[in-house]
Design a protein. Structure first.
Length: 177
């Protein structure tokens, strides 16, 4: 029994077989309106059985978050106008300007909070990314009280409406010119 493959079958067939588990994907052959000749997920078919869905596609939440991230980065770079750490930490500015989050952007409730980001050049961003204790000291010295306030906000769970955040960022960018 050693060396025996646990899963037999292929992903292409949509069926994986295991002595204890059988998983099958629902798929259907291409419909008359499609020229690809491949299998498609059954959930994309219309209720009338034609296989062509007329339902408008809604944007997934992750798409709005990604677009909000991009708009936020553009806003921070425009707001600060350049690297805010010029001549600090013994590092010469180099590379493109980047949006650097003070507290990790994995905390969604403060991900697009303008107080949670500064504009840094790539050299300073890399320097402080690999030195988190020095980063915290620099932030506390440069922006007193901000670190603690952001930390408290980050630890609160708030559901974020990414679509509304994106529209808000667009509005702010338009007012900036």
């Amino acid at each position: 029994m050693f060396g025996r493959r646990l899963f037999q079958g292929s992903q292409r067939s949509g069926l994986l077989r295991h002595p204890l588990l059988a998983v099958a994907k629902k798929q259907r052959r291409c419909v008359p309106g499609c020229s690809s000749g491949r299998y498609h997920a059954a959930s994309r078919t219309a209720k009338d059985g034609s296989g062509l869905s007329t339902r408008p596609k809604s944007r997934p939440k992750a798409d709005y978050m990604k677009r909000a991230d991009k708009a936020f980065s553009q806003y921070i770079r425009a707001r600060d106008g350049g690297c805010v750490a010029v001549g600090e930490a013994g590092v010469d500015c180099a590379g493109y300007l980047q949006c650097a989050h003070i507290i990790s952007r994995s905390y969604k409730s403060i991900r697009v909070d303008p107080d949670n980001a500064v504009c840094l050049c790539a050299a300073h961003h890399t320097f402080w990314t690999h030195r988190p204790l020095e980063w915290q000291s620099w932030v506390e010295g440069r922006f007193p009280g901000r670190w603690d306030r952001l930390r408290r906000e980050a630890l609160k769970y708030e559901k974020v409406d990414w679509r509304a955040e994106l529209e808000s960022l667009r509005t702010v960018m338009e007012t900036m010119g």
